[in-house]
Design a protein around this ligand. Structure first.
Ligand SMILES: [Zn+2]
Length: 277
């Protein structure tokens, strides 16, 4: 059976050309993306995945010959035109709130132009303006070219590892040696990490401090879970545990923890210093 594959053009900011990208998501990734909150977070931390970071920052490009392309610069005129459109919409929203266009128009405008969860309950004129300004700027910018997503994030000049839908830049094992080490280190604690997340959710829900519909609460809970996990299982204390057991040498501990051998010997030195004090 032929696999159905969706091809899509994306812009490579370093090669300055358009490339075709195929959508080949596995069942695991589809399941992740269907969760309306968890889809954007790295599996191991509170940072956005590379994929969601790219969706956050579309670009507008002009196609040139032979699939070359360049980013359309955001000229002064674009800013001015965007500001005018935003001002007109804000004025209309203000009048709608006063009931000038009937009882439903303000709500309709909110639904149409704004990201309601992101507004966190703030339906004021200022809140509306904040939402609309960024949108209008992109809309004006897009009139001068073609809106596209990029193939990679800023600063990623290495190979062709595609933006990860599971991990952030510092956890994507294909991104760099450091990221691979971080991935190997944190993969071992994934169950503990999720235990912490659950525990912290039950705390914040009971305290009523962080509403579950707010994406910021999800980031907060993940950040806090990671902090508590790290305090519990910092590599230094784990190295200490292994040394106390006395069954592994430095190189084996380094391999087991996914850290460098130098890190292990540095931890041993710190331990020795502590026991002298
Ligand atoms: Zn991460």
């Amino acid at each position: 059976m032929k696999k159905s594959m969706k091809m899509q053009d994306a812009f490579d900011p370093y090669l300055e050309r358009m490339v075709s990208q195929s959508e080949t998501s596995s069942r695991r990734i589809k399941a992740k993306l269907s969760d309306s909150y968890a889809w954007c977070f790295c599996e191991f931390c509170e940072k956005p995945t590379e994929y969601s970071a790219i969706l956050e920052a579309p670009k507008v490009v002009k196609r040139l010959q032979r699939r070359n392309a360049k980013v359309v610069s955001q000229r002064e005129t674009i800013y001015v035109a965007a500001q005018e459109r935003a001002d007109a919409l804000v004025l209309r929203y203000e009048q709608a709130c006063e009931g000038k266009f009937g009882p439903y128009e303000a709500a309709r405008m909110l639904m149409h132009y704004c990201d309601i969860p992101e507004m966190q309950g703030d339906r004021s004129v200022d809140g509306f303006r904040e939402q609309i300004e960024r949108k209008m700027l992109f809309a004006e910018w897009a009139r001068h070219g073609e809106p596209v997503w990029t193939t990679r994030l800023l600063g990623q000049t290495d190979g062709d590892a595609k933006p990860s839908k599971l991990y952030c830049e510092t956890h994507n094992p294909r991104r760099s040696d450091d990221a691979r080490r971080a991935y190997q280190r944190d993969r071992r604690f994934i169950l503990e990490y999720h235990d912490f997340i659950e525990k912290i959710w039950s705390q914040v829900i009971n305290a009523g401090s962080h509403p579950t519909w707010d994406i910021e609460s999800h980031a907060h809970v993940r950040r806090e879970a990671r902090r508590q996990l790290q305090a519990l299982k910092s590599p230094t204390s784990m190295i200490g545990d292994f040394l106390t057991q006395g069954t592994m040498n430095q190189a084996e501990i380094a391999r087991h923890l996914g850290v460098s051998r130098q890190a292990v010997s540095a931890a041993i030195r710190r331990r020795a210093k502590k026991s002298v004090e």
